[in-house]
Design a protein around this ligand. Structure first.
Ligand code: MRU
Length: 366
């Protein structure tokens, strides 16, 4: 995607081969900055503290983090460093399954390299493959999701199509294109009049800060709404469809996504608004069956609820919202059961959210 007319991915290998660069999402939308990351521990910190975030982007970050582990090793330490890096990266954030998938992919690939030089080449190749495949999967999700939007637009006879989204499942959350936003960009690019209701997504405001910025960069009309507005908009027929992303989806169709997704799905069901989840195959947890019981749900620091940050007189600052001694709790994700989901938009097409259909599309996972 382009930022101020220059093409960017969210993560890439530095040209000197010694480091990795990322778009540092902490300062958006107020400042666009990139960060150079030289060690796997710095990468784990960048994931944990959300310099880089979103299921696909942290999968790619974990892949590149493993590359950095090899780069900073010598012949005698490489095996040990790879194992330490894998453990640290895997625990940096618990919910998005893409992260452990990427680390496991690197571990498997690195088991065969004999020399340090070979391992470096393998780790870089695998990291780049993870990133490239993420881009291609998101591009295809855009194509499949476009067909859904085209059908809605045809039924509305060219009238504006209103899409509600939650959190940021845009290109910043992946390597490029995004999942929930990919169909929206594709629809906008073919001339469909789309407008996006952007949930602000408290407490970290990924919608208000990131999705709004992304859509604006691409010229897609949008309106930021409070997290509690979606039900009202749906009751008044102001939402034609909902498209969200996912951090982990069970083989049976339970969708783990940013906290608040479940409430949107309930409101959509009650108002007959189609509710789609866009995800690449790397976000399926092929071993998880009961998403409600089994999905790991990250609990982040309560201060994220008590404080909000934004631009104050040119500086990005944090302000206290609550009484200073308030208790707060901060579950990062919730689980939407399959009966509330209309379809899963994947790189292989749109799938009904049940095990039989999912495995028919991904037979190699049986
Ligand atoms: O906590 P975050 O910002 O990393 O949240 C994860 C997500 O990006 C969202 O849940 C998103 O909707 C899933 S798709 C990347």
């Amino acid at each position: 995607m382009k930022v101020n007319n220059k093409y960017y991915r969210t993560i890439w290998a530095a040209s000197d081969g010694e480091a990795v660069e990322i778009i540092d999402q902490r300062w958006l939308p107020h400042r666009f900055e990139t960060e150079r990351i030289s060690t796997y521990s710095e990468m784990a910190t960048a994931i944990r503290d959300m310099h880089i975030r979103g299921a696909g982007a942290i999968g790619a970050a974990a892949g590149f983090g493993m590359y950095l582990a090899v780069v900073s090793s010598d012949d005698s330490s490489v095996q040990h460093t790879i194992q330490k890096a894998a453990a640290e990266l895997k625990t940096s954030r618990p919910t998005a399954v893409n992260l452990e998938w990427a680390v496991d992919g690197q571990l498997q690939a690195l088991a065969v390299g004999d020399t340090l030089h070979e391992k470096k080449e393998i780790a870089l190749r695998v990291a780049q493959k993870i990133a490239d495949e993420d881009v291609e999967a998101c591009r295809r999700i855009g194509e499949h999701g476009l067909e859904i939007i085209q059908t809605v637009a045809a039924a509305k006879q060219g009238e504006r199509v209103n899409i509600l989204t939650h959190c940021n499942a845009g290109w910043l959350a992946f390597v490029d294109y995004g999942t929930a936003t990919a169909p929206i960009y594709a629809a906008h690019d073919v001339g469909i009049d789309v407008h996006v209701w952007v949930d602000e997504t408290r407490p970290r405001n990924q919608g208000a800060r990131l999705t709004a910025w992304e859509l604006g960069q691409h010229g897609v009309p949008y309106t930021v709404i409070t997290d509690n507005s979606g039900g009202h908009l749906m009751q008044h027929r102001m939402v034609d469809l909902v498209i969200v992303g996912s951090d982990r989806t069970s083989v049976t169709g339970f969708v783990t996504n940013k906290i608040g997704t479940y409430l949107k799905a309930l409101a959509a069901k009650d108002n007959d608004v189609p509710f789609y989840v866009a995800l690449p195959s790397t976000t399926f947890d092929w071993n998880m069956r009961d998403g409600l019981a089994e999905s790991p749900i990250e609990e982040r620091h309560g201060d994220e609820v008590k404080y909000a940050s934004g631009l104050i007189e040119g500086d990005i600052r944090s302000v206290l919202l609550t009484p200073e001694d308030s208790r707060s709790v901060n579950f990062g994700f919730d689980v939407t059961p399959p009966h509330l989901v209309t379809g899963l938009i994947t790189e292989r097409g749109v799938i009904p959210p049940n095990e039989t259909d999912i495995l028919n599309v991904y037979p190699e996972k049986r």
